[in-house]
Design a protein around this ligand. Structure first.
Ligand code: GDP
Length: 298
């Protein structure tokens, strides 16, 4: 599948190392666990998640009275899956009048993800509108206009440099007038200017609270998978300044750092809702932790 091929480099990074210790060790001892720990940390799972996985694995090995390293691979897979449980991941915005906000720093793939999501929802026969509230970057407005044309969905945009909250106001007004099912909003992300960004997001929130309070609200942080631990740090920072309901992890194709998906879901307890595995519309896929781990260990 596309998921399996998209994760090739991450799989090579994690699984080849793991396979070599499952065959290289004859006992499940401290050295074995140490080496496994090192591989998981190197594969971008990070220290906290890795420690939790190893502890859980130790307990499972004991409980199942496993003696051979090669017998514990299935247990490791289930330990990883257990760490990623964040409850049911819902996509309620697909069935309700909704407003979906994409936030995240520049270059992570926000505009692209808005376009892909718009195209997919349009294909589900939803009435979709996009809002170009990344007014900081002129190219973002042009890029989103292209995506909107391609997906044949309406777009609300203003001049570069205009107030993002004003764009959202326009978009909400138009969405109500045109009976739009899902309004998807691109936003600007200058995290180095955290205070301004916070104010900007708060102002957008107030507009939505006031003008579109009956709409179902979804706020997705977009992070770039190729940045590994940095993606986790960014997702965490944004979750501190906004009511984040999910994460979009982009650019997993072509990176060996895909293990970060495991760390994000395990450490933040926020569901990864989509992953990006390429540049075309279909390359934004709903994320399922079990499918992801199965694809990794294929
Ligand atoms: P923004 O600044 O956050 O809006 O980022 P953009 O949407 O402009 O994306 C930045 C670059 O990343 C563009 O060249 C996109 O085509 C690329 N991109 C976005 N998502 C993916 C993905 O899942 N895979 C790959 N390979 N490229 C992506």
């Amino acid at each position: 599948s596309k998921l399996v091929s998209g994760l090739t480099k991450t799989r090579d990074n994690i699984v080849s190392g793991i396979d070599s210790i499952f065959s290289g060790f004859s006992n499940i001892d401290d050295d074995f666990y140490e080496e496994l720990e090192e591989i998981l940390i190197m594969a971008d799972l990070g220290i906290n998640t890795t420690t939790a996985i190893i502890e859980d694995l130790r307990a499972k090995v004991k409980e199942n009275k496993i003696k051979e390293p090669k017998e514990c691979k299935e247990l490791l897979i289930s330990s990883i899956k257990d760490q990623m449980k964040v409850g049911e991941t819902a996509y309620e915005f697909e069935d309700k009048k909704s407003i979906v906000l994409l936030i995240g720093v520049n270059g992570v793939g926000k505009t692209t993800s808005v376009g892909k999501l718009a195209g997919q929802l349009k294909d589900m026969n939803k009435k979709v509108m996009v809002a170009a509230a990344d007014t900081f970057r002129a190219a973002a407005i042009e890029q989103l206009t292209e995506w909107a044309n391609r997906a044949r969905v309406d777009i609300i945009a203003q001049q570069e440099g205009s107030d993002p909250a004003a764009v959202i106001y326009d978009a909400v007004t138009a969405a109500k007038a045109r009976n739009v099912d899902v309004l998807i909003c691109d936003t600007a992300g200058r995290l180095h200017n955290k205070k301004n960004l916070m104010e900007e997001l708060k102002k957008i929130d107030r507009v939505i609270d006031r003008e579109y309070k009956d709409a179902y609200r979804e706020t997705l942080v977009v992070v770039d998978g190729t940045t590994g631990q940095n993606a986790l740090a960014q997702a965490k920072q944004f979750s501190e300044i906004a009511d984040v309901t999910g994460i979009i992890l982009t650019k997993l194709d072509g990176t060996a750092k895909g293990g970060i998906a495991i760390a994000i879901q395990s450490e933040l307890g926020i569901p990864v809702k989509y992953i990006g595995i390429g540049e075309s519309i279909d390359d934004l896929q709903k994320f399922d932790a079990d499918d992801f781990v199965n694809a990794l260990f294929k």
